[in-house]
Design a binder for this molecule. Structure first.
Ligand SMILES: Oc1ccc(F)cc1Nc1nc(-c2ccncc2)cs1
Length: 347
């Protein structure tokens, strides 16, 4: 839409739910976050009548009289899981019947980064954010629904065949290559946040609750050093509170590759204590590379699990290596559904 419509939509946004071009969602949600922090009390007792937000252009999600509220314009059908900062439900638009996923976040825990970073992304490897609606004390993020997650598949199959693991790793690295171009770091790459298509052959990155914008050097703009993401997949620079950027996602993607190959997350078979110090002081978990994997797969993991982010390969360099490793094992021949294979416990 032209700037006119969009800025009009934003200007009129107070108290209405409007269709707007996602490019402008970021700034609006900055002040929702500020307002939430400023008047903590009111947003807690916030009148449930307050219903404002932005539905990005989508004829299948229809505000009625510029309202989009749970229980009237859409319904939550079933609880799916706890996402970052909120619960995820399957939802349906009452008028169109269109199904989507919805994450309900308490206003005081809402980070405008999830919307600001995500709303500018358009990639076949990243789930689409349809919109954000504030309902009283909550913010609800609306996202395209997928049939399941990579973590569910790993649980069902114990561990995944090497070719299937490399296939998904390659797709996640394609998503990371795109994020590097858009100067966004996801900072919570793990199988829980990778969703699968119906036939399981395509994967999509989701949940930008920990995402951060990057500067021209590829380092995070947010000066916060607080640790983000999932402990077992945290890069050394994260646990050490050092400057972080896109390379942290590369480390986490290799932790996820180990999770797919072994059927269990790195570090957890050797340590039950807090992992931060182990990740900071121990060598990288390359000892957990399964002995039955191909040499090129081991190369991918060694290159992606370099503790020094400068030495660690970039998403596009690792994507090339991963594609070569997949060719070396004969390409993707395994079916997505298949026999349960016992996870590899301590050798
Ligand atoms: O950050 C979000 C913003 C909006 C959403 F609707 C969901 C998420 N986060 C996640 N959704 C899932 C998931 C969704 C659908 N099916 C299986 C898993 C896993 S993490």
């Amino acid at each position: 839409s032209s700037l006119g419509d969009c800025s009009l939509a934003l200007a009129g946004l107070r108290g209405v739910v409007s269709q707007a071009d996602p490019c402008y969602a970021g700034p609006f949600f900055k002040d929702v976050e500020r307002e939430a922090r400023d008047n903590e009390d009111t947003c807690l007792t916030a009148d449930s009548e307050c219903n404002e937000g932005t539905i990005f252009y989508n004829e299948k999600i229809q505000p009625v009289d510029s309202e989009y509220k749970e229980g009237s314009e859409y319904i939550l059908s079933r609880f799916i899981k706890d996402g970052s900062y909120g619960e995820v439900y399957s939802a349906q638009d009452v008028n169109t019947g269109f199904r989507f996923a919805a994450k309900k976040i308490a206003l005081k825990r809402f980070s405008s980064e999830e919307v600001g970073a995500w709303s500018t992304l358009r990639s076949p490897c990243i789930t689409e954010l349809f919109g954000v609606v504030r309902e009283g004390p909550n913010v609800v993020l609306l996202m395209e629904e997928k049939s399941g997650s990579l973590s569910q598949l790993i649980m069902e199959r114990g561990r995944l065949p090497e070719d299937l693991s490399l296939h998904y790793h390659g797709q996640v690295l394609t998503a990371l290559e795109y994020l590097v171009k858009k100067k966004v770091a996801h900072l919570d790459i793990k199988a829980d946040n990778v969703l699968l298509s119906e036939d399981g052959r395509d994967s999509f990155l989701c949940d930008f609750g920990h995402a951060e914008k990057l500067d021209n050097q590829g380092l995070s703009l947010s000066n916060s050093r607080d640790m983000k993401g999932t402990e077992t997949h945290m890069a050394p620079e994260i646990v050490k509170g050092e400057p972080r950027g896109a390379k942290a996602d590369v480390w986490s993607s290799c932790c996820m590759l180990l999770h797919m190959l072994n059927g269990c997350q790195p570090w957890t078979r050797y340590y039950t204590c807090r992992l931060y110090l182990k990740i900071a002081n121990e060598p990288p978990p390359i000892g957990e590379i399964p002995c039955d994997c191909s040499p090129l797969t081991a190369e991918v993991l060694k290159a992606g699990l370099q503790k020094d982010p400068v030495k660690r390969l970039s998403a596009s360099q690792l994507k090339e290596k991963t594609d070569r490793a997949l060719k070396e094992v004969g390409g993707l021949t395994s079916s997505v559904q298949g026999p349960y294979t016992e996870p590899l416990y301590v050798p």
